[in-house]
Design a protein around this ligand. Sequence first.
Ligand code: IPE
Ligand code: IPE
Ligand code: MG
Length: 252
Amino acid sequence: MNAKSELDLNNIPKHVAIIMDGNGRWAKERKLPRVMGHKVGTESVKIIVKAAKELGISVLTLYAFSTENWKRPSMEVQALMTLLKTYLKSELSDMLQNNISLRCIGQMEKLPGDVQEILVQVINETANLSGMSSGLILNLALSYGGREEITMAAKAVAEQCIRGEISTGDISEELFSSQLYTAGLPDPDLVIRTGGESRLSNFLLWQASYAEIYITETKWPDFRKGNLIEAIKDFQERERRYGKTSEQVKEN
Ligand code: IPE
Ligand code: IPE
Ligand code: MG
């Protein structure tokens, strides 16, 4: 089975982002309600957070709820919010103990009040851990949509222009990035999608411009440390060219 020893520890992706998909289909296969898929999926979250830390990943972004997911039946949305709240409550002490710092990207203000409350509490209590080496930033994408994020950043930059703080000539990729939810975080090196679909579903549209993409048929409730190692192994076999020729890459 896939073990850490099979990895090149000098080439671990700094930022791994995961589209945690396939919960509903996992449940359907077992003739269980969709919500059961989400529930078992939170076990995968716990296992993968721990594994990411052990493997030396610095930032783990998990796509937990998209701006489009609000269109789901309200029962399912409610169940997801309850699971999120339970997860945050149960993991706070573990995060503190293991130097895991929580961050959130997305429209936090759209989440139910009680979820926001615990989210802010965990973010604040784990905030000062992030500076330490060997720590992990766990970045939850909640009510997140890449287009919404880019639109929000465009508005913020436009307002700076209107106020006369900057001129249009000052607008650079760096300035624009600093207005995104991910400000200060490195771009993802590896984007994993479970559940087999080959699409981004509005995830990190700006940030994933040069990410390596790995798609696995494994559904999120079945995703384990070995699957993460497999994805990183695949990543390590890729040549990241950033537009250059293979020869140029090898010269450096
Ligand atoms: C991902 O699993 C979880 C969320 C989007 C919240 P799905 O619920 O989308 O599972 P499938 O794609 O229907 O199997
Ligand atoms: C993407 O999964 C969003 C999350 C995993 C949170 P979806 O199941 O919502 O994506 P689509 O609808 O199949 O594109
Ligand atoms: Mg899905």
